[in-house]
Design a protein around this ligand. Structure first.
Ligand SMILES: *Cc1c(COP(=O)(O)O)cnc(C)c1O
Length: 358
């Protein structure tokens, strides 16, 4: 008998039972039967299986957005009185989650440069429950030494959560982390048409995360899961193309006399990771000239999104106020390029032209 090529989309939120006993078993959690889409759904499970092919953890659970996955995961891991060590250079809304919301529930956070193992160890307190990381860092693209951090966490019995949105499909991190969060709105969604998020993790966290997803209600819609499965069909090939373009673009930028610093993901040994579509630069122009340089680029869209085929430029100066950047220790002159799948030579010429017309 022939089979459909694609996973079926069950466009239902509800499931019914044949008998009292079946119903009770499902609701008591004694059977794995579905009963309501917020708690589990076959189309979501098909996507969860696909994510586990990319990042082989013990379980995967999908959410309506990346932030929904992150906040649900963090609430599942922590209780009042806990202390968290958070990577200092972190996705803005995640910082807000720790600074504004968790603090009001009695969870304290220390924001640290997690590449500094000494500082990391000395900030551990008896209440430290979690180390929260992002790989790679959003602007400097630095990659935390996960292996070392895992040994430290094991020594003090601390959990690790990693936001691997920008490394998903490139670097497997679930081996070192209790929970991995991924924004599916980026690489997996392809060209910016769907939002989604996921948590992948070790067996021990499956039930707490499942309960938290059901309680906080951030589950994904089945129709989005089905669309994401379609978008992810080609993801691995697309990721290779993106990484190869970004790597070439990085190499060209390094040779330009006006480009002071080039940031690109590296291992701690200094080896390039050839990961993702990001290259961040600091250019030898005044901050006053940054807006004109950005407006002079013709091939890059101006925005904060990424993950698809479209090239994007994100000047840090347009994203956060200078006082905030100082507090985070980030230079306001940083400009992040996302190459997408565009021709790296043409992108480089665009940068050269925009610099020459200043
Ligand atoms: C976009 C992003 C998120 C949030 O994901 P959404 O799907 O937009 O909620 C989290 N972390 C990183 C690193 C991101 O780039």
């Amino acid at each position: 008998m022939s089979r459909p090529l694609r996973e079926p989309l069950f466009k239902t939120t509800a499931f019914t039972f044949n008998s009292f006993v079946e119903m009770q078993a499902a609701l008591y959690g004694d059977s794995k039967d579905y009963f309501y889409a917020r708690d589990g759904h076959p189309t979501l499970e098909a996507l969860e299986k696909r994510l586990l092919e990319v990042e082989p953890a013990d379980f995967a659970m999908v959410f309506s957005t990346g932030m929904s996955a992150i906040s649900t995961g963090v609430f599942a891991l922590l209780s009042g009185g806990d202390h968290v060590i958070v990577q200092k250079e972190i996705y803005g809304p995640t910082r807000l989650l720790f600074e504004e919301y968790l603090s009001s529930f009695g969870v304290s956070s220390s924001f640290l440069d997690v590449n500094d193992m000494k500082a990391l160890e000395s900030s551990i307190t008896p209440d430290t429950e979690l180390i929260y990381l992002e790989m790679p860092a959003p602007f400097t693209l630095s990659c935390a030494p996960l292996k070392e951090i895992r040994s430290l966490a094991d020594k003090y019995q601390i959990s690790i959560m990693v936001d691997n949105s920008a490394g998903f499909g490139y670097e497997r991190v679930s081996h070192y982390a209790d929970l991995v969060a991924v924004s599916l709105s980026k690489y997996p969604a392809g060209d910016s048409g769907i939002m989604g998020g996921a948590l992948l993790g070790t067996q021990g966290w499956k039930e707490p995360v499942e309960m938290a997803r059901s309680t906080f209600g951030g589950s994904m819609m089945p129709w989005d899961a089905e669309s994401l499965l379609g978008e992810m069909e080609n993801m691995e090939t697309q990721l290779e193309l993106i990484a190869s373009g970004a790597y070439q673009f990085r190499n060209m930028l390094r040779e330009h006399p006006k480009v002071k610093n080039v940031y690109y993901p590296e291992e701690h040994s200094g080896k390039d990771l050839r990961m993702g579509g990001f290259v961040t630069v600091e250019i030898d122009i005044s901050l006053m000239d940054v807006p004109r340089f950005i407006d002079g680029l013709t091939l890059f869209q101006k925005g904060v999104f990424w993950g698809g085929s479209v090239p994007v430029v994100t000047p840090l100066l347009a994203s956060y106020r200078i006082e905030v950047l100082k507090e985070w220790g980030l230079s306001p002159g940083l400009i992040r390029f996302y190459t997408g799948t565009a021709n790296p030579k043409q992108l480089y010429s665009d940068v050269v032209n925009a610099l020459e017309s200043l």
